[in-house]
Structures are given as structure tokens and as C-alpha cells.
Design a protein around this ligand. Structure first.
Ligand code: SN0
Length: 315
């Protein structure tokens, strides 16, 4: 695997899940694979789970890991081409990317959507430059439009907790004080579409996701109706795709609370975290026995480890 950005990069999902089970049971069984190999993790944005779980996964595989907070610890990087660099950015990505690539065997990158330039975000301008110029395999640690390590961990978690072969999985939009990317929702939809689940997406008008992703996906604008008989409730805020990057609603009647969870088939509650309590989800739901946000986060090590193992095997 030379890149991990979308669900297409993982190939057969069932074999990826089988590998995840093996690695979860035996996390240190392949520590020879990463011997004398180095991974660099580059963060253009904040991270807790991704930063820690990806390091843990790389170390389980025997790799050395270097973490760089680009905005804090490095030169400010210019990304535009053809500009006269007389401003506050001393280094261009065109040099920085191959330099970073020369120090390591795999690069992981987190760089959120700008939410101002839809075209640049949805063509994945930044991560594609890393793919083109770094000379090493690239792992998305959340790019402008995708968060594949999260969605893979989510799918694995659903597999672990499901009580029927084809569970009903509901992705619900929830209110938030800030404009957030669509990446987590996009990846969740993309990974659920290739899995054996009955997926329903619910959101207020104006929060339609990228139509090319939503082809064949059920949308129910009545959140309560969507919750009926659900086996998993996956909550997430995202900003508008059509009115790109805008907050159209902060309506707290969309908050996931006990009353709505009572409509479900004793559904499990999931969220990628970090989560705004009593905006996205009530304390009562996230603190209940139905909440699986902690095991879901723990599975981030597993999804990262499957991806890194496959990359190491192909180096
Ligand atoms: C990011 C997002 O894409 O939604 C990362 C999720 C893994 N979330 C946030 O930036 C939340 C920040 C906040 O203010 O709550």
C-alpha cells in the first residue's frame, strides 16, 4: 500500500477486518517488520487520539517515530506556487516534502479542510502533493475530506459490538459551536457503504454531504424517525457542503439525548471524539452503558496498525 486516504486503498474490507482481529489479539507479533524503519507524523492541526494511537501502532510494529507539530516547531510552509516569498513563510512545501521524505520510510499527515476553498479541499491538494513529492508511502491522519483511520476503527468497533448480521447504523448530524470539516462523516459513509450494514444518514436541510459519496445512501430528515430501531447511533457535526464551510444551524433539538436513544433498538452510541457534551450528546447518553466511545477510540491503534503493517510489508 503506497497511500491510505480513502476506503479504496484498503482493498477487501473483510480481509482488513480479519487482520485487525489478529493484530488486536497479538499487537507485538509483527514487531520485526518495522526494525530500522522510521515513521514521521506531521500535524498541521491538533490531535490527541490520532497522535497517540498512530505512535503506539508504529511502535508495536517496531518502528521509530518522529512527531512534528508543523505550526509550532517548524518553519511556516508556503503552499502556493509562483508566489514571491517575501512574506512570513520562509520555506516552500516543494522542498519541505522531499526533505521530510528523505528522513523516513512512511509519512502520516494531518491537515484539516480550509473550509474556504472547496475546490482545493475536495481535490485534496495538500496530501496529493505529499503523495507526489515525498517518495514514501503516505497515511492520512485526517485530510481535507477524509479520516480513514477513524472510519476503519469505527467499522471494526461495529463488527465487535453488533448483535445481528446486518445492523441498522445511523449517522446523525449534531449541533456544534464551530464550523467543522465533513471529513469524518465522509469517511464514515464511504466505509459503511462497502460494509454489511443498513446505513441511514440524518441531518437538517442544507447539510447534504457530497452527492458523489451519497449515491444510493438513505437520507431521513426526521431525526426521530431515523433513530427508530437503530442498532448504532454515530453522531458528528459537520459544516455545510453546499454552502461550503458555513454553520447553518446550531439547533440543540438535534442533540443526541436519552429520549431519542429510547427510540432505538438499545443502540450503542458512537463518536470519534473530541465531543462537545450537551451540544452533540447529552451527559446521560455519553455516560451510559450504551456509549462505546472509549473502546472505539482504543480501536484506533488497531486500524493504524493494519495500515502500517501493510505498508511495511510492501516497502
Ligand atoms: C475535527 C473534525 O474533523 O471534526 C477532528 C475530529 C477527529 N474535530 C474538531 O476539530 C473538533 C474541535 C472542536 O472545537 O470541538
Amino acid at each position: 500500500m503506497r497511500q491510505f486516504l480513502t476506503v479504496d486503498d484498503i482493498g477487501d474490507v473483510d480481509s482488513a477486518l480479519t487482520e485487525a482481529r489478529i493484530l488486536k489479539r497479538n499487537p507485538h507479533g509483527f514487531s520485526y517488520l518495522g526494525k530500522n524503519k522510521t515513521m514521521i507524523l506531521l500535524f498541521f492541526n491538533s490531535s490527541l487520539r490520532t497522535r497517540l494511537s498512530t505512535q503506539k501502532a508504529a511502535r508495536n510494529l517496531g518502528m521509530e517515530v518522529i512527531v512534528l507539530d508543523v505550526n509550532k516547531d517548524s518553519w511556516k510552509l508556503e503552499s502556493e506556487y509562483g508566489v514571491i516569498m517575501d512574506g512570513d513563510k520562509p520555506e516552500h512545501l516543494r522542498e519541505a516534502i522531499p526533505v521530510i521524505g528523505s528522513y523516513c520510510d512512511i509519512i502520516g499527515i494531518r491537515s484539516f479542510a480550509s473550509l474556504t476553498d472547496k475546490e482545493a479541499d475536495y481535490t485534496e491538494e495538500l496530501i496529493n502533493q505529499f503523495i507526489e513529492f515525498s517518495g514514501v508511502p503516505i497515511v492520512s491522519l485526517e485530510s481535507a475530506t477524509r479520516h480513514p483511520l477513524q472510519a476503519f476503527a469505527d467499522l471494526f468497533t461495529i463488527e465487535e459490538y453488533k448483535r445481528k448480521s446486518k445492523p441498522k447504523v445511523v449517522l446523525t448530524w449534531a449541533p456544534h459551536p464551530r464550523a467543522l470539516p465533513q471529513a469524518v462523516a465522509n469517511s464514515f459513509v464511504e466505509w459503511m457503504k462497502v460494509s454489511d450494514v443498513d446505513l441511514v444518514v440524518t441531518h437538517p436541510e442544507g447539510y447534504e454531504l457530497d452527492p458523489s459519496l451519497m449515491e444510493g445512501v438513505k437520507v431521513e430528515h426526521d431525526q426521530k424517525k431515523a433513530f427508530e430501531n437503530a442498532d448504532f447511533i454515530y453522531a458528528k457535526n459537520w459544516s455545510s457542503f453546499t454552502h461550503y464551510g458555513q454553520i447553518l444551524s446550531k439547533d440543540r433539538s438535534w442533540t443526541v439525548d436519552e429520549e431519542k436513544m429510547a427510540l432505538t433498538n438499545e443502540a450503542y452510541f458512537m463518536h470519534c471524539l473530541p465531543v462537545r457534551r450537551n451540544m452533540v450528546v447529552s451527559d446521560g447518553v455519553i455516560d451510559s452503558s450504551r456509549s462505546i466511545v472509549i473502546p472505539e477510540a482504543a480501536n484506533r491503534v488497531v486500524s493504524a496498525q493494519v495500515v502500517l503493517k501493510r505498508m511495511l510489508e510492501k516497502l
